[in-house]
Design a protein around this ligand. Sequence first.
Ligand SMILES: *[C@@H]1O[C@H](CO)[C@@H](O)[C@H](O)[C@H]1NC(C)=O
Length: 315
Amino acid sequence: MQGILGLLCLLWSVPGSFASWGDRSKIFQRCLSGCWRNNCTGRALERFDQQQPGYMVMLGWWCEEECKYGCMWRTVEQIQADPWAAVPQFYGKWPFVRVLGIQEPASVLFSILNGLGHVVMIGVFRRKVPSHAKMYSVVHWLAIVSINAWFWSAIFHTRDFLWTEKMDYFCATSLVVFQLFMWFTRFGGFKESAMFGALLAAVFSCHVYYLGFVKFDYGYNMMANVAVGQLNAFCWLGFAFKNVRQRRYMWKCIATILSINLLLLLELGDFPPIWWTFDAHSLWHAGTAPVVPLWYSFLIDESLYLLREAEEKDV
Ligand SMILES: *[C@@H]1O[C@H](CO)[C@@H](O)[C@H](O)[C@H]1NC(C)=O
């Protein structure tokens, strides 16, 4: 039992990412070793344990981590004394002002907003689309996969550890892959869809296996997501442009895909957080939130169209 707990603690405390020039700097390193020595041993540690609120401890703000946070700001202050100096990153992340122990409050807020968008819109979908419509169940799965992905995104931005980061990445990829699957089921019958789904699941498993157990490779992960994302965009846009003249609501599909691709530029072009709060990644999450209702609105229109088409065939 203790072994398992120890292992869990080890996993929990592995820092989220590789070193950056902020944490490699002399200022930071000196501050950190001083802080660990003076604040995290003996009486000082006892005092710390008494003072640190329970929820902060639960979020992983132990003494060592608290030192990293404190020293991060000391380093930023010293480097920023030179007005031309760049903003340093620490362990692959920008410095953010934490709120209630939440490391990246803006990203957490926007992730929750996206998740809520899916919760609300699947409700709207259920009210408007009868359950025998062709896309009924796949849209439900989309909602589940999306809510799961945004849940892990919120967890990861609350506190980045290696395992929360992995969960966030894998679930985000599952969402991109699922969108491709959904595109396929729009045309394919049950058998073809099941086969295509199995193929995607196999590819996705290999991806997770590689990142999770072989090498956690940021560059490869980004490439894989962008590649599947672009294939997605190509498929959905092709479908939408082909039908937009007969079905005007296809503009919603086009607008969704184009917005996501524009917002993706934010994700690829990183910049330091504005007011130490809003970085490119958080703004990408902010931008995707209003697109969620548009996407569901398109799915509702398309489902109802398919339903009418089927009924006309029956008559
Ligand atoms: C170490 O503890 C002292 C006293 O509690 C505190 O003022 C200081 O900020 C801590 N050091 C760091 C780097 O957080």
